[in-house]
Design a protein around this ligand. Structure first.
Ligand code: NAD
Ligand code: UDP
Length: 329
Protein backbone atom coordinates (compact mmCIF):
# COMPACT_ATOMS: atom_id res chain seq x y z
CA UNK A 1 0.00 0.00 0.00
CA UNK A 2 1.41 3.39 -1.07
CA UNK A 3 0.42 6.98 -0.24
CA UNK A 4 -0.34 8.43 -3.66
CA UNK A 5 -0.95 12.06 -4.62
CA UNK A 6 -3.02 12.66 -7.77
CA UNK A 7 -3.03 16.30 -8.87
CA UNK A 8 -6.00 17.11 -11.09
CA UNK A 9 -7.73 14.18 -9.38
CA UNK A 10 -11.23 15.65 -9.79
CA UNK A 11 -10.85 15.87 -13.57
CA UNK A 12 -11.80 13.36 -16.24
CA UNK A 13 -8.66 11.18 -16.20
CA UNK A 14 -7.76 12.00 -12.59
CA UNK A 15 -11.05 10.73 -11.16
CA UNK A 16 -10.73 7.40 -13.02
CA UNK A 17 -7.13 7.11 -11.80
CA UNK A 18 -8.10 7.79 -8.14
CA UNK A 19 -10.83 5.16 -8.43
CA UNK A 20 -8.43 2.54 -9.83
CA UNK A 21 -5.67 3.26 -7.27
CA UNK A 22 -8.17 2.97 -4.39
CA UNK A 23 -9.38 -0.35 -5.81
CA UNK A 24 -5.75 -1.54 -5.68
CA UNK A 25 -5.69 -0.76 -1.93
CA UNK A 26 -3.66 2.47 -1.95
CA UNK A 27 -4.15 5.65 0.09
CA UNK A 28 -5.11 8.39 -2.38
CA UNK A 29 -4.92 12.15 -1.93
CA UNK A 30 -6.64 14.13 -4.68
CA UNK A 31 -5.53 17.75 -5.14
CA UNK A 32 -7.55 19.98 -7.46
CA UNK A 33 -8.52 23.63 -7.90
CA UNK A 34 -11.77 22.60 -9.69
CA UNK A 35 -11.07 24.76 -12.77
CA UNK A 36 -12.26 22.03 -15.15
CA UNK A 37 -12.72 19.25 -12.59
CA UNK A 38 -15.88 18.63 -10.60
CA UNK A 39 -16.67 17.46 -7.09
CA UNK A 40 -19.30 15.16 -8.60
CA UNK A 41 -16.49 13.21 -10.34
CA UNK A 42 -15.12 12.12 -6.95
CA UNK A 43 -18.31 12.25 -4.82
CA UNK A 44 -18.60 8.44 -4.90
CA UNK A 45 -15.08 8.12 -3.44
CA UNK A 46 -15.56 10.40 -0.42
CA UNK A 47 -16.88 7.66 1.87
CA UNK A 48 -13.72 5.62 1.38
CA UNK A 49 -11.45 6.16 4.43
CA UNK A 50 -8.37 5.78 2.19
CA UNK A 51 -9.47 8.74 0.02
CA UNK A 52 -8.93 12.43 0.75
CA UNK A 53 -9.65 15.52 -1.37
CA UNK A 54 -7.91 18.88 -1.01
CA UNK A 55 -8.71 22.12 -2.84
CA UNK A 56 -5.34 23.52 -3.85
CA UNK A 57 -3.76 25.21 -6.87
CA UNK A 58 -0.51 23.49 -7.84
CA UNK A 59 1.04 26.78 -8.90
CA UNK A 60 1.55 27.11 -5.12
CA UNK A 61 3.91 24.78 -3.20
CA UNK A 62 2.59 21.63 -1.50
CA UNK A 63 3.71 20.10 1.81
CA UNK A 64 2.79 16.48 2.50
CA UNK A 65 4.33 13.02 2.83
CA UNK A 66 3.77 10.78 -0.20
CA UNK A 67 5.35 7.76 -1.95
CA UNK A 68 4.11 8.43 -5.50
CA UNK A 69 2.84 11.48 -7.39
CA UNK A 70 0.75 11.52 -10.56
CA UNK A 71 0.81 15.10 -11.89
CA UNK A 72 -2.36 15.43 -14.00
CA UNK A 73 -3.41 18.97 -13.03
CA UNK A 74 -3.83 21.06 -16.19
CA UNK A 75 -6.79 21.94 -18.40
CA UNK A 76 -6.59 19.66 -21.44
CA UNK A 77 -9.22 20.98 -23.82
CA UNK A 78 -8.21 23.80 -26.24
CA UNK A 79 -11.12 26.06 -25.20
CA UNK A 80 -10.22 25.69 -21.53
CA UNK A 81 -6.44 25.98 -21.79
CA UNK A 82 -6.82 29.01 -24.07
CA UNK A 83 -9.29 30.71 -21.66
CA UNK A 84 -6.43 31.91 -19.41
CA UNK A 85 -3.20 31.07 -21.26
CA UNK A 86 -0.93 32.60 -18.61
CA UNK A 87 -2.50 30.45 -15.89
CA UNK A 88 -2.08 27.40 -18.20
CA UNK A 89 1.65 28.10 -18.53
CA UNK A 90 1.93 28.67 -14.76
CA UNK A 91 0.13 25.37 -14.10
CA UNK A 92 2.49 23.53 -16.46
CA UNK A 93 5.71 25.20 -15.33
CA UNK A 94 5.29 26.45 -11.73
CA UNK A 95 3.09 23.41 -11.06
CA UNK A 96 5.81 21.06 -12.35
CA UNK A 97 8.46 22.76 -10.18
CA UNK A 98 6.23 22.47 -7.10
CA UNK A 99 5.47 18.77 -7.54
CA UNK A 100 9.10 18.01 -8.47
CA UNK A 101 10.30 19.79 -5.32
CA UNK A 102 7.86 17.67 -3.33
CA UNK A 103 9.22 14.52 -5.01
CA UNK A 104 12.80 15.63 -4.37
CA UNK A 105 12.12 16.24 -0.66
CA UNK A 106 10.08 13.06 -0.05
CA UNK A 107 11.92 10.74 -2.47
CA UNK A 108 8.56 9.98 -4.14
CA UNK A 109 8.42 8.57 -7.66
CA UNK A 110 6.66 11.08 -9.91
CA UNK A 111 4.73 10.79 -13.20
CA UNK A 112 4.04 13.75 -15.46
CA UNK A 113 0.95 13.60 -17.70
CA UNK A 114 2.57 14.83 -20.90
CA UNK A 115 0.82 14.89 -24.23
CA UNK A 116 0.95 14.18 -27.94
CA UNK A 117 0.80 18.00 -28.27
CA UNK A 118 4.57 18.05 -27.66
CA UNK A 119 4.78 16.79 -31.28
CA UNK A 120 2.68 19.77 -32.49
CA UNK A 121 1.56 19.45 -36.12
CA UNK A 122 3.84 16.47 -36.77
CA UNK A 123 5.91 15.91 -39.88
CA UNK A 124 6.73 12.36 -38.75
CA UNK A 125 3.86 9.87 -38.89
CA UNK A 126 3.10 7.88 -36.78
CA UNK A 127 4.83 9.76 -33.96
CA UNK A 128 7.73 8.00 -32.26
CA UNK A 129 9.18 9.16 -28.95
CA UNK A 130 12.46 10.26 -30.58
CA UNK A 131 10.67 12.80 -32.82
CA UNK A 132 11.26 16.35 -31.47
CA UNK A 133 8.04 17.83 -32.81
CA UNK A 134 6.83 20.77 -34.87
CA UNK A 135 5.33 23.33 -32.49
CA UNK A 136 4.49 26.99 -33.12
CA UNK A 137 6.05 28.66 -30.06
CA UNK A 138 3.85 31.78 -30.23
CA UNK A 139 0.51 30.38 -31.48
CA UNK A 140 -2.78 30.05 -29.57
CA UNK A 141 -1.98 26.45 -28.61
CA UNK A 142 1.54 27.30 -27.40
CA UNK A 143 0.50 27.99 -23.78
CA UNK A 144 -0.32 24.29 -23.54
CA UNK A 145 2.12 22.76 -26.04
CA UNK A 146 5.17 24.74 -24.91
CA UNK A 147 4.03 24.56 -21.28
CA UNK A 148 3.99 20.77 -21.49
CA UNK A 149 7.33 20.74 -23.34
CA UNK A 150 8.87 22.90 -20.61
CA UNK A 151 7.39 20.58 -17.97
CA UNK A 152 9.09 17.62 -19.68
CA UNK A 153 12.35 19.58 -19.70
CA UNK A 154 11.95 20.26 -15.96
CA UNK A 155 11.26 16.59 -15.25
CA UNK A 156 14.35 15.43 -17.12
CA UNK A 157 16.49 18.19 -15.50
CA UNK A 158 15.33 17.22 -11.98
CA UNK A 159 16.13 13.62 -12.85
CA UNK A 160 19.63 14.40 -14.15
CA UNK A 161 20.50 17.02 -11.52
CA UNK A 162 18.83 15.60 -8.39
CA UNK A 163 18.15 11.96 -9.27
CA UNK A 164 14.36 12.32 -9.01
CA UNK A 165 12.66 9.08 -10.14
CA UNK A 166 10.47 10.18 -13.08
CA UNK A 167 7.96 8.66 -15.52
CA UNK A 168 6.75 10.63 -18.55
CA UNK A 169 3.80 9.27 -20.57
CA UNK A 170 2.86 11.23 -23.69
CA UNK A 171 -0.91 10.78 -23.72
CA UNK A 172 -2.82 10.77 -27.02
CA UNK A 173 -6.52 11.78 -27.30
CA UNK A 174 -8.40 9.88 -24.60
CA UNK A 175 -12.16 9.82 -24.11
CA UNK A 176 -14.78 8.14 -21.95
CA UNK A 177 -17.45 8.52 -19.29
CA UNK A 178 -17.21 11.60 -17.04
CA UNK A 179 -15.88 13.93 -19.73
CA UNK A 180 -17.43 17.32 -19.08
CA UNK A 181 -20.48 17.98 -21.31
CA UNK A 182 -18.96 21.41 -22.08
CA UNK A 183 -15.39 20.10 -22.30
CA UNK A 184 -15.12 21.28 -25.92
CA UNK A 185 -13.09 18.34 -27.18
CA UNK A 186 -14.30 16.50 -30.22
CA UNK A 187 -15.74 13.30 -28.72
CA UNK A 188 -17.83 15.06 -26.06
CA UNK A 189 -18.93 17.81 -28.49
CA UNK A 190 -20.12 15.27 -31.07
CA UNK A 191 -21.94 13.08 -28.52
CA UNK A 192 -23.78 16.03 -26.93
CA UNK A 193 -24.74 17.39 -30.37
CA UNK A 194 -25.90 13.98 -31.62
CA UNK A 195 -27.96 13.26 -28.50
CA UNK A 196 -29.64 16.67 -28.72
CA UNK A 197 -30.22 16.31 -32.48
CA UNK A 198 -28.15 19.45 -33.11
CA UNK A 199 -25.76 19.88 -36.09
CA UNK A 200 -22.39 18.15 -35.64
CA UNK A 201 -19.68 20.82 -35.91
CA UNK A 202 -16.80 19.56 -38.04
CA UNK A 203 -13.89 22.01 -37.98
CA UNK A 204 -12.23 22.29 -41.40
CA UNK A 205 -13.31 19.57 -43.85
CA UNK A 206 -12.99 16.73 -41.33
CA UNK A 207 -10.07 15.05 -43.11
CA UNK A 208 -7.71 15.67 -40.15
CA UNK A 209 -7.06 12.53 -38.12
CA UNK A 210 -6.84 11.58 -34.47
CA UNK A 211 -6.39 8.27 -32.62
CA UNK A 212 -8.82 7.78 -29.75
CA UNK A 213 -8.00 5.79 -26.63
CA UNK A 214 -10.68 4.63 -24.19
CA UNK A 215 -10.09 5.84 -20.64
CA UNK A 216 -9.80 2.37 -19.02
CA UNK A 217 -6.97 1.43 -21.39
CA UNK A 218 -5.15 4.66 -20.69
CA UNK A 219 -5.42 4.37 -16.89
CA UNK A 220 -4.04 0.83 -17.07
CA UNK A 221 -1.11 2.17 -19.12
CA UNK A 222 -0.41 5.01 -16.67
CA UNK A 223 -0.27 2.67 -13.66
CA UNK A 224 1.83 0.10 -15.54
CA UNK A 225 4.26 2.87 -16.50
CA UNK A 226 4.50 4.16 -12.93
CA UNK A 227 5.41 0.65 -11.73
CA UNK A 228 7.84 -0.11 -14.59
CA UNK A 229 11.60 0.15 -13.98
CA UNK A 230 12.60 -0.07 -17.66
CA UNK A 231 10.63 3.11 -18.42
CA UNK A 232 12.47 5.24 -15.86
CA UNK A 233 13.29 8.60 -17.40
CA UNK A 234 12.19 7.88 -20.99
CA UNK A 235 9.12 9.43 -22.59
CA UNK A 236 6.55 6.75 -23.49
CA UNK A 237 3.62 7.20 -25.90
CA UNK A 238 0.28 5.97 -24.54
CA UNK A 239 -2.70 5.91 -26.87
CA UNK A 240 -4.66 3.80 -29.29
CA UNK A 241 -2.90 3.65 -32.69
CA UNK A 242 -6.11 3.10 -34.69
CA UNK A 243 -6.48 6.34 -36.63
CA UNK A 244 -9.78 7.94 -37.74
CA UNK A 245 -10.66 11.07 -39.66
CA UNK A 246 -12.84 13.51 -37.74
CA UNK A 247 -15.58 12.96 -40.33
CA UNK A 248 -15.49 9.20 -39.61
CA UNK A 249 -15.83 9.94 -35.89
CA UNK A 250 -18.84 12.18 -36.60
CA UNK A 251 -20.53 9.49 -38.70
CA UNK A 252 -19.88 6.77 -36.08
CA UNK A 253 -21.29 9.00 -33.32
CA UNK A 254 -24.47 9.77 -35.30
CA UNK A 255 -24.98 6.06 -35.99
CA UNK A 256 -24.41 4.94 -32.38
CA UNK A 257 -26.65 7.70 -30.98
CA UNK A 258 -29.29 6.80 -33.55
CA UNK A 259 -29.40 10.53 -34.22
CA UNK A 260 -30.88 12.65 -36.98
CA UNK A 261 -28.11 15.28 -36.61
CA UNK A 262 -26.55 16.63 -39.79
CA UNK A 263 -22.93 17.55 -40.39
CA UNK A 264 -22.02 21.24 -40.53
CA UNK A 265 -18.60 22.70 -41.37
CA UNK A 266 -16.94 25.37 -39.18
CA UNK A 267 -13.53 27.07 -39.54
CA UNK A 268 -10.48 25.02 -38.60
CA UNK A 269 -8.79 26.46 -35.46
CA UNK A 270 -5.24 27.89 -35.81
CA UNK A 271 -2.40 25.34 -35.76
CA UNK A 272 -4.82 22.41 -35.63
CA UNK A 273 -2.64 19.30 -36.17
CA UNK A 274 -3.51 17.54 -39.46
CA UNK A 275 -2.78 14.03 -38.27
CA UNK A 276 -1.96 12.19 -35.10
CA UNK A 277 -1.20 8.55 -34.44
CA UNK A 278 0.98 7.14 -31.67
CA UNK A 279 3.73 4.63 -32.29
CA UNK A 280 3.28 2.51 -29.14
CA UNK A 281 5.99 -0.10 -29.69
CA UNK A 282 7.92 1.13 -26.66
CA UNK A 283 4.89 0.82 -24.34
CA UNK A 284 4.03 -2.60 -25.78
CA UNK A 285 7.60 -3.84 -25.23
CA UNK A 286 8.34 -2.27 -21.82
CA UNK A 287 4.92 -2.51 -20.21
CA UNK A 288 3.40 -5.44 -22.07
CA UNK A 289 0.48 -3.03 -22.54
CA UNK A 290 -1.81 -2.40 -25.46
CA UNK A 291 -5.26 -0.83 -25.76
CA UNK A 292 -8.09 -3.34 -25.96
CA UNK A 293 -11.25 -1.22 -26.36
CA UNK A 294 -12.28 -0.50 -29.96
CA UNK A 295 -13.77 2.90 -30.85
CA UNK A 296 -17.33 1.61 -31.34
CA UNK A 297 -17.27 -0.15 -27.96
CA UNK A 298 -15.77 2.82 -26.12
CA UNK A 299 -18.14 5.28 -27.80
CA UNK A 300 -21.13 3.14 -26.82
CA UNK A 301 -20.08 3.21 -23.15
CA UNK A 302 -19.41 6.95 -23.30
CA UNK A 303 -22.73 7.71 -25.01
CA UNK A 304 -24.58 5.76 -22.30
CA UNK A 305 -22.92 7.92 -19.62
CA UNK A 306 -23.78 11.17 -21.44
CA UNK A 307 -27.33 9.96 -21.98
CA UNK A 308 -27.81 9.52 -18.22
CA UNK A 309 -26.34 12.94 -17.46
CA UNK A 310 -28.25 14.78 -20.19
CA UNK A 311 -31.61 13.20 -19.33
CA UNK A 312 -33.36 15.45 -16.77
CA UNK A 313 -33.90 13.86 -13.34
CA UNK A 314 -37.69 14.13 -13.78
CA UNK A 315 -37.53 12.20 -17.06
CA UNK A 316 -35.28 9.55 -15.45
CA UNK A 317 -37.88 9.03 -12.68
CA UNK A 318 -40.66 8.78 -15.28
CA UNK A 319 -38.70 6.15 -17.23
CA UNK A 320 -37.96 4.31 -13.98
CA UNK A 321 -41.66 4.43 -13.05
CA UNK A 322 -42.64 3.10 -16.47
CA UNK A 323 -40.24 0.16 -16.11
CA UNK A 324 -41.50 -0.63 -12.58
CA UNK A 325 -45.10 -0.41 -13.87
CA UNK A 326 -44.30 -2.95 -16.59
CA UNK A 327 -42.68 -5.28 -14.00
CA UNK A 328 -45.80 -5.02 -11.73
CA UNK A 329 -48.09 -5.75 -14.68
P1 NAD B 1 -9.45 17.69 -17.18
O1 NAD B 1 -9.54 19.13 -17.55
O2 NAD B 1 -10.71 16.92 -17.02
O3 NAD B 1 -8.62 17.52 -15.83
C1 NAD B 1 -7.63 18.44 -15.40
C2 NAD B 1 -7.81 18.64 -13.89
O4 NAD B 1 -6.78 19.52 -13.42
C3 NAD B 1 -9.14 19.31 -13.55
O5 NAD B 1 -9.74 18.64 -12.48
C4 NAD B 1 -8.74 20.73 -13.16
O6 NAD B 1 -9.64 21.34 -12.26
C5 NAD B 1 -7.36 20.50 -12.56
N1 NAD B 1 -6.49 21.68 -12.58
C6 NAD B 1 -6.24 22.50 -13.62
N2 NAD B 1 -5.35 23.45 -13.25
C7 NAD B 1 -5.03 23.20 -11.95
C8 NAD B 1 -4.17 23.82 -11.00
N3 NAD B 1 -3.44 24.92 -11.33
N4 NAD B 1 -4.10 23.31 -9.75
C9 NAD B 1 -4.83 22.22 -9.40
N5 NAD B 1 -5.67 21.60 -10.25
C10 NAD B 1 -5.76 22.07 -11.51
O7 NAD B 1 -8.50 17.02 -18.27
P2 NAD B 1 -8.07 15.50 -18.47
O8 NAD B 1 -8.46 15.10 -19.83
O9 NAD B 1 -8.49 14.68 -17.32
O10 NAD B 1 -6.48 15.64 -18.48
C11 NAD B 1 -5.69 15.30 -17.34
C12 NAD B 1 -4.21 15.46 -17.69
O11 NAD B 1 -3.87 14.61 -18.77
C13 NAD B 1 -3.83 16.87 -18.12
O12 NAD B 1 -2.56 17.19 -17.59
C14 NAD B 1 -3.74 16.78 -19.61
O13 NAD B 1 -2.83 17.70 -20.16
C15 NAD B 1 -3.27 15.35 -19.81
N6 NAD B 1 -3.68 14.83 -21.12
C16 NAD B 1 -4.98 14.46 -21.35
C17 NAD B 1 -5.33 14.01 -22.61
C18 NAD B 1 -6.75 13.56 -22.92
O14 NAD B 1 -7.01 13.25 -24.09
N7 NAD B 1 -7.66 13.47 -21.99
C19 NAD B 1 -4.38 13.95 -23.64
C20 NAD B 1 -3.10 14.36 -23.37
C21 NAD B 1 -2.74 14.78 -22.09
N1 UDP C 1 -12.98 19.22 -33.68
C1 UDP C 1 -14.10 19.30 -34.50
N2 UDP C 1 -15.28 19.67 -33.94
C2 UDP C 1 -15.42 19.93 -32.61
C3 UDP C 1 -14.26 19.83 -31.77
C4 UDP C 1 -13.06 19.48 -32.35
O1 UDP C 1 -14.02 19.05 -35.70
O2 UDP C 1 -16.54 20.25 -32.17
C5 UDP C 1 -11.69 18.79 -34.29
C6 UDP C 1 -10.51 19.68 -33.95
O3 UDP C 1 -10.41 20.75 -34.88
C7 UDP C 1 -9.36 18.70 -34.07
C8 UDP C 1 -9.97 17.38 -33.62
O4 UDP C 1 -11.37 17.52 -33.74
O5 UDP C 1 -8.95 18.57 -35.41
C9 UDP C 1 -9.61 17.02 -32.18
O6 UDP C 1 -9.90 18.14 -31.38
P1 UDP C 1 -9.81 18.11 -29.79
O7 UDP C 1 -10.08 19.50 -29.33
O8 UDP C 1 -10.66 17.01 -29.27
O9 UDP C 1 -8.32 17.67 -29.47
P2 UDP C 1 -6.87 18.05 -30.05
O10 UDP C 1 -6.97 19.00 -31.21
O11 UDP C 1 -6.17 18.65 -28.89
O12 UDP C 1 -6.35 16.73 -30.48
Amino acid sequence: MQRILVTGGAGFLGSHLCERLLAQGHDVLCVDNYFTGRKSNIAHLLDNPRFEALRHDITLPLQMEVDQIYNLACPASPIHYQFDPVQTIKTCVHGAINVLELARRTGARILQASTSEVYGDPSVHPQTEDYWGNVNPIGLRSCYDEGKRCAESLFFSYHRQYGVDIRVPRIFNTYGPRMHEKDGRVVSNFIVQALKGEPITIYGNGSQTRSFCYVDDLIEGLIALMENEASRAVPVNLGNPKEFTIRELAEATIELCNSSSELTLAPLPHDDPKQRQPDIRLAMGNLNWRPTVALHEGLTLTIADFQTRLTPRRKQLELCGAVLGRIDA
